[in-house]
Design a protein around this ligand. Structure first.
Ligand SMILES: [Zn+2]
Length: 425
């Protein structure tokens, strides 16, 4: 993958330091709900270095393991070249090289060419998350980090089926993540729910099997929903997983799915058509046909991404009338090459049409943004005001995968803060 080239950087507008600091601190202080964030996109670079150097990587033959071995030998060679690796200078140099090599593979530095390239950044984190220690540690660190950014309610999603390469069972993976999550939630006072992700490239039967094992391991009903994720080019249509979603409903879980992370239609990327006529009833991935039909027939509670709905007024009406929220991640979509700049991301268009929307990071480490920074970039682009972002944040509570008692607690907490701290414009 193109990890060595220098992609175009995404930068906020050149603003006065006074404005920048004021808005940034407002968003940091704002109590927030984050509804679309992946565990494997939240592995800190330092944690990855630690997991690598302490040998807690499992699954030698697994995808990603080759890259892990390459990294270790690259770092060792650099350390030895700098000095004798046994000396303090050699060890330090080795560590710095390892950290930098990991950062390049785990943190997107600019705009990529596709969703496929974006997904390549998950390979190393997934390869590292194959042990009880790694799963518990990363879950806890992610919640502590979110709490430090004043996220008061968070739904964390992950695909248990990706974490069994080192010999763990689905039930163990789910148990470790949920219990570490419950402990960290208690410590921080944050309310945390979990979403299990089925993979697009798996059969519905495999995803159903995963789900049944996950539910069996969920002793305290921390699992709130199912999601579907993965490469959209090969399997764009969520309808293929209708049986998986039906099984989720039988277990009383909410339903969401990823849609709209790959562009297809002519125009956006020099006319390449990823969805080609015939393969998917003539609908390209860049169009809204697949999303419209999936929303109509699968009746999801929310959709992960789906910003392309802004191209289709009829679909916007459907989403608004049915109260189907789009959990948007602007930085992630810009990095995947779907939009050029924050000002082009259609948040304001969707909000003005009455489509419920929320803003999330998708993957805070891979995207290199906290939720506060995500808000800041949108405000700095000039398309929405800080007050509109506050309203979007508050409205997202109505669509969280949690009971009314939790919604009311969050409404009370958020509005109490706003009465004293939020400019009402
Ligand atoms: Zn996502």
């Amino acid at each position: 993958m193109a990890t060595d080239k220098t992609p175009r950087r995404i930068s906020s507008a050149h603003l006065s330091p006074h404005f920048t600091e004021g808005i940034a601190s407002l968003f940091r202080a704002m109590p927030k709900a984050e509804l679309h964030v992946h565990l494997d996109g939240a592995v800190e670079v330092g944690t990855a270095a630690d997991l690598l150097s302490t040998g807690t990587v499992a699954g030698e033959a697994a995808p990603g393991a080759g890259a892990v071995a390459d990294l270790l030998s690259e770092a060792k060679a650099a350390g030895e070249a700098a000095s004798d690796a046994e000396t303090a200078a050699g060890v330090l140099s080795e560590n710095i090289v390892l950290y930098e090599a990991l950062r390049r593979r785990m943190v997107i530095g600019g705009v990529l060419s596709s969703q496929e390239e974006l997904l390549s950044y998950y390979e190393l984190p997934v390869a590292l998350l194959q042990s009880e220690y790694a799963l518990r540690r990363v879950t806890e660190e992610m919640i502590l980090s979110k709490a430090a950014d004043n996220v008061k309610y968070c739904e964390i999603r992950w695909a248990p089926g990706l974490h069994v390469r080192g010999g763990l069972s689905i039930e163990q993976v789910v148990k470790y993540v949920l219990s570490a999550g419950e402990d960290a939630a208690r410590k921080t006072g944050m309310i945390v729910k979990f979403i299990v992700v089925g993979m697009r490239n798996e059969s519905p039967e495999t995803n159903i099997d995963m789900l049944r094992q996950a539910v069996a391991a969920d002793a305290n009903s921390a699992l709130a929903a199912v999601d579907l994720a993965g490469d959209e080019r090969e399997n764009p249509d969520p309808m293929r997983q209708a049986a998986f979603f039906a099984e989720a409903r039988r277990h009383g879980l909410y339903v969401t799915f990823h849609c709209g992370e790959s562009l297809g239609g002519a125009g956006a990327h020099g006319g390449e058509s990823l969805g080609g006529a015939g393969a998917h009833g003539g609908e390209s991935l860049g169009g809204t046909g697949i999303l419209r039909r999936a929303v109509d027939e699968l009746r999801p509670d929310r959709v992960a991404h789906g910003a392309i709905a802004a191209q289709d007024e009829e679909l916007c009406r459907m989403l608004a009338e049915r109260g189907v929220q789009l959990d948007l991640c602007p930085t992630s979509n810009i990095q995947a090459g779907l939009y050029s700049e924050y000002k082009d991301f259609p948040l304001k268009i969707l909000w003005d049409r009455g489509v419920p929307v929320s803003v999330s990071t998708d993957s805070p480490v891979i995207s290199g943004k906290t939720l506060s920074e995500e808000y800041f970039e949108l405000a700095a682009s000039g398309q929405v005001t800080p007050y509109e972002l506050w309203r979007i944040n508050l409205n997202a509570i109505e669509h969280i995968f949690a009971p009314e008692s939790i919604k009311q607690k969050l409404r009370d907490e958020f509005t109490a803060w706003a009465e004293t701290a939020m400019p009402q414009t």
